[in-house]
Design a protein around this ligand. Structure first.
Ligand code: GLY
Length: 433
């Protein structure tokens, strides 16, 4: 089977590694630049926004099946174009991708289907937004409606921040048209859980839960990033919580999307918060989370390509998944200056990795002389898998010591919060992996 992976970050390298092991004997192709993927796939550097060129490449290589990684491709309708061109895809249509492409649409969808989510108001005009912002309860969560490279959410703790955020999104257009509409959402608290669920439009297959670490620095401080590390499974996501989420969140979402003519085929990401009142949906993403996929796929003991093809064929009800026992911990190694202004072009050295650990390339190219060079903010993800969370964490950090590039920075506390979860709430029930 000739398989095309669209995208070239850590998530896509993780997908390529998992798919390469399939009993369907895939021949892999990839779109983008990624030194790690190059070892597994023939890579072609096509701009992700050039959908017609991706289709032509898929025809040229006689691709049987395409797996689409990045949100923007999905929201812009790459699946619709490829499917119309006869290429079967794992990924939602443009219509189904609205779960991520429009926060306002997603909130209205959840309200229509009684899916628990924090209360919100939606604004398209700055005057009305400011009028509400003058009296709304604080803190308030302000979200740009559209995609914003993971930077479109601000938790405003005071009125000055409310007004400056509204102005920068709606008047200065810092996120382009994505901020023309904004969502102002009730601030809620509790442990956050990322849940990746394979969907075939009707049936679901949940993968391991995960805990992302979004802030740049230790102790959950510093600016928001695309994700500085992940623990899977998430110890707060016990069997009881999973059952509750399946009944009140996952299944109503899939049913609602199907009922509304937006049947979701792909990986639906549920960004959950376990509030004192119960789990709520903070956001949906229409694709594998990044860096969640790097840890979750490391735990999966299954033929991943077979699962993705089954999702496209509406056959997930005939499949089940097994997970390796224990935990996976992924630590992101970032460039100096990330997430504000990353220094790139640094030579990367990777030494001998301890058994049970691996390195996924997120922004790495290989020069003609074989040197590995950084090309972006999040450069590598170092993953450790072991029987216990402590062992997985120690393994990941042992492996980190084998990697070096100038200016490399990473968090040293990935997994610490999860260890607290194991000792408190998470210990009261079996963790779902
Ligand atoms: N880690 C969250 C995301 O993929 O957007």
């Amino acid at each position: 089977m000739r398989v095309l992976i669209v995208g070239s970050g850590g998530r896509e390298h993780a997908l390529a590694k998992a798919i390469a092991k399939s009993a369907l004997h895939p021949v892999l192709y990839g779109i983008g630049v990624n030194a790690g993927m190059s070892a597994l796939a023939e890579m072609q550097d096509i701009r992700l926004s050039d959908h017609q060129a991706i289709l032509s490449y898929a025809w040229d290589k006689q691709i049987d099946f395409a797996v689409i990684g990045p949100d923007q491709c999905l929201v812009d309708g790459l699946v619709d174009l490829l499917e119309a061109g006869g290429i079967h895809c794992f990924g939602p249509t443009k219509r189904a991708s609205r779960v991520e492409g429009s926060k306002a649409w997603a909130k209205a969808f959840m309200q229509r289907h009684h899916i628990p989510t924090p209360a919100c108001r939606v604004f398209t005009g700055i005057d009305e937004a400011k009028e509400y912002g003058a009296t709304c309860p604080l803190p308030i969560v302000i979200k740009a409606d559209g995609l914003a490279l993971g930077k479109g959410v601000v938790i405003a703790e005071d009125r000055d921040t409310v007004f400056s955020t509204l102005t920068s999104m709606m008047v200065d257009h810092i996120h382009g048209m994505s901020g023309d509409t904004i969502v102002m959402e009730q601030f809620v608290t509790g442990p956050e859980v990322s849940l990746l669920v394979l969907c075939d439009g009707e049936h679901v297959l949940p993968l391991a839960s995960a805990m992302d670490h979004k802030r740049a620095w230790d102790g959950d401080t510093g600016p928001n990033t695309g994700g500085m590390g992940v623990v899977a499974p998430n110890p707060y996501y016990t069997q009881d919580v999973a059952d509750d989420c399946m009944q009140h969140i996952v299944l109503p979402t899939i049913r609602g999307l199907k009922e509304e003519g937006s049947a979701f085929i792909g990986c639906l990401f549920f960004g959950l918060m376990l509030t004192p009142e119960g789990p709520v949906v903070i956001e949906y993403n229409c694709r594998f989370g990044d860096p969640e996929a790097e840890a979750v796929l490391a735990l999966l003991d299954a033929d991943v390509l077979d699962l993705l093809v089954s999702a496209r064929e509406g056959m997930l009800d005939t499949k089940s998944v097994k997970f390796h026992p224990g935990y996976a911990v992924s630590v992101t190694l970032a460039s100096k200056g990330y997430p504000i202004a990353s220094e790139v072009g640094k030579t990367i050295r990777i030494g001998h990795l301890p058994p049970g650990s691996s390195v996924l390339h997120a922004a790495v190219k290989r020069s003609s002389d074989g040197t590995l060079t950084s090309t972006g903010g999040r450069v590598l993800h170092v993953v450790g898998r072991a029987e216990t969370l402590t062992e997985a964490r120690n393994l990941a950090y042992e492996a980190v010591k084998q990697v070096a590039f100038e200016g490399m920075h990473y968090r040293t506390d990935i997994g610490c919060r999860a260890l607290e979860g194991e000792e408190s709430d998470g210990s009261s029930g079996a963790v779902v992996s």
